[in-house]
Design a protein around this ligand. Structure first.
Ligand code: ATP
Length: 455
């Protein structure tokens, strides 16, 4: 397992991820996804869309705005309650999330505790500042996590809006429109992919916790009374998706929330945790959200959110099960899981990213053995393949070095053009993991690769 620092270095050197605003000294906890990282993110979203929407009869996609009417956030409870408990050390002025401080101290899960209960726990257990060791805390206070900005020319209260802190509310406010226009019947789901913003107290651990991130959320609407069954279904579905894309079962686990730690709107919640370099931590939150959100929006907007069952004529506000995952936390997991340093038979080593071919930024590298004589044939092959896959062209340095470069960034196939190619129109196709090579007619390469990168 690599350390966070080693992964940061790898991501920077290869072109996966760089520090944001780097030439100005950076902006803390912002990251640029480079030529490889941006493709990896797209491929993760594509793989999610395929399994959660495309291959499903019951789910549809929605793409809503980041800025929503403030009443949405009043109804959802975010204006009043979307905060984390913040504690500040009097001596060194470092700030911490109290729930994380307590968890790091003795593993206690304090989700759902009042500020008073948290304060008592910190005092009773004499929990010290992890930064300077002092036991001199300021009073715990609720720190609001929503970003605010202004819409329009006047920067006053009337024009103040929030950047959405989650995608789910986009779905709830458009629920009726989607239901009407798609003519879906319960059970069905509305999926949403998009940025979310939270003014986190302690961002960090590379891309694990940032203030701007991207979520893939499914709000799955069900008949009341069936939600726990569906909750279990989506838990397993999400886990299976992760394993099918190459995360090992040993590095994944469910963390079921205890009844006293559930959010007020939830009757069952679990996190799928991944074994990050610092230990198991949340990758994917799966919550049974009852009818809380739709009921709140019905009460605040006056719009009836009830569903009329066409078969039984029953009327009810649907219950909702939500699997919600962050794209960046998946990027982290797939890079951490895939990267390895291997010793080869001849004693040399290679860095190889054994990432699932469906996620690999480039599916194929096109490599002419000689720049002088073979580049025009190789460009022809590149243009043929790039109509089907993201491909990369590389003609610098010896072929061994070029294979290593592709192994390092996870390209599953490399196609080499040599002098014989000019005569017989055949190329050598090398596979990343086994390093096995086959010789194929150029006309067969697209099918050969397509067959092997399927997800
Ligand atoms: P945490 O307990 O880590 O703060 P959360 O329980 O508040 O997370 P959710 O509100 O359940 O997170 O969000 C759903 C998913 O969105 C998370 O499982 C995670 O993958 C992602 N996510 C949430 N906050 C962040 C963040 N600050 N940076 C990156 N991804 C995030």
């Amino acid at each position: 397992m690599f350390t966070v620092e080693e992964l940061v270095q790898y991501a920077k050197n290869t072109g996966y991820i760089y520090q944001g605003s780097e030439i100005y000294g950076g902006l803390a906890n912002t990251w640029d996804y480079g030529p490889l990282g941006s493709l990896l993110k797209l491929n993760i979203k594509k793989a999610w869309r395929q399994k959660f929407i495309q291959e499903r009869i019951d789910n549809v996609l929605l793409d809503g705005p980041i800025l929503l009417n403030n009443k949405v956030w009043e109804a959802s409870g975010h204006v009043a309650g979307f905060s984390d408990p913040l504690i500040e050390c009097k001596k060194c002025n470092q700030r911490f999330r109290v729930d994380k401080l307590i968890h790091d101290f003795d593993g206690t899960d304090s989700d759902g505790w009042s500020l008073e209960k948290l304060e008592k726990y910190v005092n009773d257990h004499k929990i010290k500042c992890p930064s300077c060791g002092a036991f001199e805390w300021n009073e715990i206070r609720a720190f609001h996590l929503m970003f605010q900005t202004y819409q329009g020319a006047v920067l006053d209260k009337a024009n103040q809006v929030y950047l959405r802190p989650e995608n789910a509310q986009n779905v709830f406010v458009s629920y009726k429109n989607v239901l009407r226009s798609s003519r879906k019947k319960i059970p069905f789901g509305i999926a949403h992919i998009g940025k979310a913003f939270r003014n986190e107290i302690t961002p960090g651990n590379f891309i694990f916790r940032t203030r701007e991130f991207e979520q893939m959320e499914l709000e799955f609407f069900v008949k009341p009374g069936t939600e726990i069954e569906w909750f279990k279904y989506w838990k397993q579905f999400a886990m299976d998706w992760l394993v099918s894309l190459g995360l090992s079962k040993d590095n994944l686990r469910f963390d079921d929330h205890k009844p006293e730690a559930l959010s007020h709107y939830s009757n069952a919640t679990t996190d799928i945790q991944y074994r990050y370099p610092w230990g198991f931590d949340e990758l994917w939150g799966i919550a049974s959200r009852t009818d809380f959100d739709l009921t709140q929006h019905q009460n605040h907007s006056g719009e009836i959110m009830e569903y009329l069952d066409p078969e039984t004529n029953e009327k009810y506000i649907p219950y909702c099960v939500e699997p919600s995952v962050g794209v960046e936390r998946l990027v982290f997991a797939f890079l951490a899981e895939g990267l390895s340093i291997e010793t080869l038979a001849d004693g040399t080593t290679r860095d190889v990213l054994r990432i699932h071919p469906a996620l690999a930024p480039y599916k194929v590298a096109v490599l002419p053995l000689s720049r002088r004589d073979l580049s025009s044939k190789a460009e022809e092959v590149y243009h043929l393949l790039s109509k089907h896959f993201d491909a990369v062209y590389d003609e610098t340095q010896n072929i061994g070095r070029r294979y290593r470069r592709q192994d390092q960034i996870g390209t599953p196939y490399a196609v080499t053009i040599d002098y014989d190619t000019l005569e017989d129109n055949m190329v050598t196709v090398r596979e990343r993991d086994t390093m096995a090579q086959v010789r194929l007619p150029i006309s067969e390469v697209v099918d050969y690769i397509s067959e092997r990168i399927k997800f």
